[in-house]
Every structure is written in structure tokens, then in C-alpha cells.
Design a binder for this molecule. Structure first.
Ligand SMILES: Nc1ncnc2c1ncn2[C@@H]1O[C@H](COP(=O)(O)OP(=O)(O)OP(=O)(O)O)[C@@H](O)[C@H]1O
Ligand SMILES: [Mg+2]
Length: 504
């Protein structure tokens, strides 16, 4: 790609960007939230048209009018947010839109066999007859990749593929990438995780504010210099956690809570969170974390047990009542229940507050007050572009995440249930959010931090609870000498034995 320019109202997303990728190479694309990575890839894939600049494919200048052209040429893309249809089977998703030989008669057996052969060749194990909604996120991602490969992709664009994967799934995913590479495919990989870039990529291109800044061989660089190039300054300091103030009454107390979904018990737990402490929930995604968050916020109801919060029984309280009493919820699924994509940024920031004074008076919305509030959120979290009127859908992934954080974290929150709060954020923003959580804790809020990122849990938590198949394997005090292997084995289902030491 040479000299690519793409402007949207108020922002130049790509400003004369160059990018070159070789066959058999894994090329990482790195840049802050809103730097223009997804836009550049959407241009390559024919979703957007560049204002100027050209794309060359195998040495020839090409013009992709739509993804169909890009796919026909051999380019495949797996988007930052998946595009599979949940109620359709894997097979139906893979062949959706294709008119193969003999169409409209679809040769299911032949197609099934060729998909299975493809899956085997690249180590993408998945059951083609299952419906997509029954698959784990990691499996869904394999389907996305299979779909691209089935369409003959020689170049695969993967936009933040590992943001939703567990560490185990990431390892398997990297194996797939290595196999693709050895078969001569080229891969463009977008990720915010330096360790992944170092582990898997051959070269890195860094974007900053819409321009390409540098291209380098991965082995000639290191995470610190990459971060510095990307942000343009040193990384912010690690958050300071003041010692926990102890001996207060618990802010939140779950007593023998049981949550059932489709008659299967998904969660059976007792847990306390004190004011001024961060309780980290460690565990492989899908072991009841989402249910835990939702039962506290009132989205799911408990079939047994009680929830005490701030001196009251809130077991039967509604979501709104709990929110009014100071329970904030950072959802891990920004498109499903974190945001309303078709509303604008201001409206999304106001969702929790619009009914309250001073934003509503005598039943009328006060536009000035709402503007004041949204501007302060945009400023504090550096949401880009800083236009309250922009449709949520048009913000970059990381900026959407910042909007959720800005809405949920406020002075009124006494308990913050934070699910994957830094997923999709660049490292600068990640450090900022961690500091904000630490600040909230230091001012006295209780925080339940649910994260797949063990480093995040270790760097922020006062206590760490390990969840496995809906049950607690134990609760540990966090300390410099805490053994990560202990947590690792508990995450795998080994309960902490009585009197067992967890320190090195
Ligand atoms: N269709 C659009 N209309 C208006 N603005 C857009 C549109 N698509 C992207 N933008 C803006 O272009 C800029 C670059 O966005 P892009 O999604 O490419 O960033 P990114 O590098 O992928 O960031 P992230 O890491 O957060 O995903 C952002 O300011 C974004 O709001
Ligand atoms: Mg993006």
C-alpha cells in the first residue's frame, strides 16, 4: 500500500501510509487506539475507498471496489468484532454468499469434506455441524479463519485476534499462524500486546496518528522501544496501590449464591468485597466470571443464596436499583451489552444518568448539562475523536471501550464490577485505566476485577479469588512473593488445601 490517505469528517484516519508485506511473513501492525489500523485494513479489503494512494497486489496496481474483489484476489480478513451469524451452523457460515459450481444445488457432503480437510491441514479443529452460538470464542475465531481460507486467502488480515482469547487459546492460535506461514501465506496481525509481537511476528509497522512511523525487523527491537515509538513518550508509571485499610464491614457479601442457566448450575459461590480493596477474579474465561458479574449487577437472578450490599439485602433488587445504590458495571462485551452502537457518543455516556438531576428537569433533558458531562468524560479518558455527536459505531474499538469506562467509573460508584476493563486498549490507555481503578480503590470504592490477564490481576489486586467451573478454588492475599504457579494450578481446578502456603 503506497501513500494511502483516508479522511473522515474531523479526522484524517490515514495520512499517506505505506505498508508492504511479503509472502510467508507475519507482519504486525502496531499503533495507539484510533491510530488508523482498522481503517487501513478496511481499505485493503475493499470496504472503504482511499481518498488517494494505491494498493499493489503481487506487483500490480489493483482497485478493490468491495470485499468481493479483495476476496477474489486472495485477501481474507477477520474483523475486530466477529461477523458470524450465531444461529447458523459452522458450515452454513463458511459457505454463506458463495455461489460454487452447481449453484443453487449445494453439494453438502463434498463441501463438508473439503472444509474438514482444510481444517485438518491448518490445525483448526472445529465441528462444522455445530451452530456458531454453541462455540467458544476461540472456536468462533477458527471458523472466521477457515472461512477466509476456504475462499482462497493468501494474505490474511487479523484485527486484534487475541484480545478475546485465553492464554491457552492464544498458544494454539499461534501454532495455526506458524503453519499458515510455512505454507507460504502472509499474515497481517494487529495486536496491542508487545509480547505477542515479539513472539510471532517477522516485521512490525508502527502507525501513529494516521501516519506510518517506522518499519523494522522484530528481532532488531524490543517491547520498550516499540511502546515508546508508538506513544511518542515514555510509558506512564505503574499505579500506586496504598495498603488496604482493613477492618471495615464488607461492602458486598455473596452468601451461598447459586446461579443456574438452562437448569445447569453455572455458579456456586460465597465471596466478600471490602470497601477500598480490589478483589481480582482469576480463571480461564467461561468458568462463571460473566455469571458472577451479572448476578451482582442484577442481570441474572440467583436461584439460591443472598447478596448483602452496603448494609442491605439486594438479592431481589433490579438492575436500576442496584445502579442507584452505587454498583457500576463494566461489561466485557461492548457491542452486546456495553453500548448502543446506533446512538451517539454523548447519548451513550448519558445512559446511566439522563433520568437524574441536573440532566433532567421537569421531565426535560438539559442539553447544556449533558454536554458538560460528556466533554469532561471525553477529556478525562482522551476519547478520540472528541466529538460528542459522533455515532458510537464509528469510534475505533479502543475508544468504544474508553466510553464505557468513562460512563461507569464515577465518584458515585461504591462498587465497581469490572470485566476485562482493558481489553482492546493500547498500552498507554491500559496503564491509564489501571491507575484510575487504583485511584477509585484508594478513595474507598470496592472493586471486583475480572480479567483474563493474570498480570493485570497481580498488579492491581489486594486479594485474588480463583474461579473454576463456577466454584472458588480459594482466595489468596496478593503479595510480591505470591507464586504464580499456585494460581495457575488453581485455575486448572486444584483447590487450595487447608494451611497450604502460597508464598515462595
Ligand atoms: N466510518 C467512519 N466514520 C468516521 N470516522 C471513522 C470511521 N471509521 C473510523 N473512523 C475514525 O478514524 C480513526 C481511526 O480509526 P481506526 O478504527 O482505524 O483505529 P484503530 O487504529 O483500529 O484503533 P483501535 O486500536 O482502537 O481499534 C478514529 O478516530 C475513528 O473514530
Ligand atoms: Mg481497530
Amino acid at each position: 500500500m503506497k501513500g494511502i490517505v483516508k479522511a473522515f469528517p474531523g479526522v484524517i484516519a490515514n495520512n499517506h501510509v505505506n505498508l508492504s508485506v511479503k509472502a510467508g511473513e507475519i507482519h504486525a501492525l502496531l499503533g495507539e487506539n484510533g491510530a488508523g489500523k482498522t481503517t487501513l485494513m478496511n481499505i485493503l479489503y475493499g470496504l472503504y475507498q482511499a481518498d488517494s494512494g494505491s494498493v499493489y497486489w503481487k506487483g500490480e496496481k489493483v482497485h478493490f471496489h468491495s470485499p468481493l474483489d479483495a476476496i477474489a484476489a486472495g485477501i481474507g480478513m477477520v474483523h475486530q468484532h466477529f461477523t458470524l451469524i450465531p444461529t447458523m451452523t459452522v458450515l452454513q457460515n463458511i459457505i454463506l454468499g458463495l455461489k460454487e459450481k452447481g449453484y443453487p444445488f449445494i453439494k453438502i457432503t463434498e463441501i463438508t469434506e473439503s472444509i474438514q480437510a482444510l481444517a485438518k491441514r491448518y490445525g483448526l479443529a472445529v465441528d462444522v455441524k455445530k451452530r456458531v452460538c454453541e462455540l467458544s470464542v476461540g472456536e468462533q475465531q477458527r471458523v472466521e479463519i477457515l472461512k477466509a481460507l476456504y475462499r482462497g486467502a493468501e494474505l490474511l488480515v487479523l484485527d486484534e485476534p487475541t484480545a478475546v482469547l485465553t492464554p491457552q487459546e492464544t498458544c494454539e492460535f499461534f501454532e495455526v499462524l506458524r503453519r499458515l506461514k510455512s505454507e507460504g501465506h502472509a499474515v497481517i496481525l494487529i495486536t496491542h500486546r508487545m509480547a505477542e509481537i515479539m513472539a510471532i511476528s517477522d516485521r512490525v509497522t508502527i502507525l501513529r496518528d494516521g501516519s506510518d512511523l517506522a518499519v523494522m525487523n522484530t528481532q532488531d527491537t524490543d517491547p520498550a522501544s516499540l511502546a515508546k515509538l508508538m506513544i511518542g513518550s515514555e510509558l506512564p508509571e505503574r499505579p500506586v496501590i496504598e495498603p488496604h485499610k482493613g477492618d471495615a464491614a464488607p461492602l458486598l457479601e455473596l452468601k451461598d449464591i447459586v446461579v443456574k442457566k438452562e437448569r445447569i448450575s453455572r455458579l456456586a459461590i460465597s465471596l466478600q468485597v471490602y470497601p477500598g480493596e480490589i478483589v481480582g477474579i482469576a480463571g480461564v474465561d467461561g468458568n462463571g466470571q460473566k455469571e458472577l458479574a451479572e448476578v451482582i449487577c442484577g442481570i441474572l437472578s440467583a436461584s439460591q443464596g443472598t447478596i448483602q450490599y452496603d448494609g442491605q439485602d439486594i438479592t431481589k433488587a433490579t438492575v436500576y436499583q442496584r445502579f442507584r445504590r452505587g454498583i457500576a458495571y463494566i461489561s466485557d462485551d461492548r457491542h452486546h451489552d456495553g453500548l448502543v452502537l446506533d446512538m451517539n457518543l454523548r447519548q451513550n455516556l448519558m445512559l446511566r444518568k439522563y433520568k437524574l438531576s441536573p440532566y433532567t428537569k421537569h421531565g426535560c433533558l438539559n442539553r447544556n448539562k449533558m454536554d458538560e458531562f460528556s466533554s469532561s468524560c471525553i477529556g478525562k479518558y482522551q476519547i478520540k475523536p472528541p466529538s460528542p455527536g459522533i455515532k458510537m459505531r464509528l469510534l475505533s474499538g479502543g475508544n468504544q471501550q474508553k466510553a464505557i469506562l468513562a460512563r461507569e467509573i464515577s465518584e458515585e460508584a461504591k462498587l465497581i464490577v469490572a470485566c476485562q476493563p482493558t481489553r482492546g486498549l493500547d498500552i498507554g490507555a491500559t496503564m491509564q485505566v489501571r491507575s484510575i481503578l487504583a485511584e477509585q480503590r484508594n478513595r474507598g470504592a470496592g472493586i471486583l476485577l475480572i480479567s483474563a490477564d493474570l498480570d493485570e490481576i497481580l498488579s492491581l489486586s489486594d486479594r485474588i479469588a480463583v474461579l473454576f467451573r463456577g466454584q472458588l478454588m480459594g482466595v489468596l492475599d496478593n503479595g510480591a512473593e505470591l507464586k504464580t504457579e499456585t494460581i495457575g494450578s488453581m485455575m486448572g481446578g486444584r483447590p487450595l488445601a487447608e494451611g497450604e502456603t502460597t508464598y515462595a
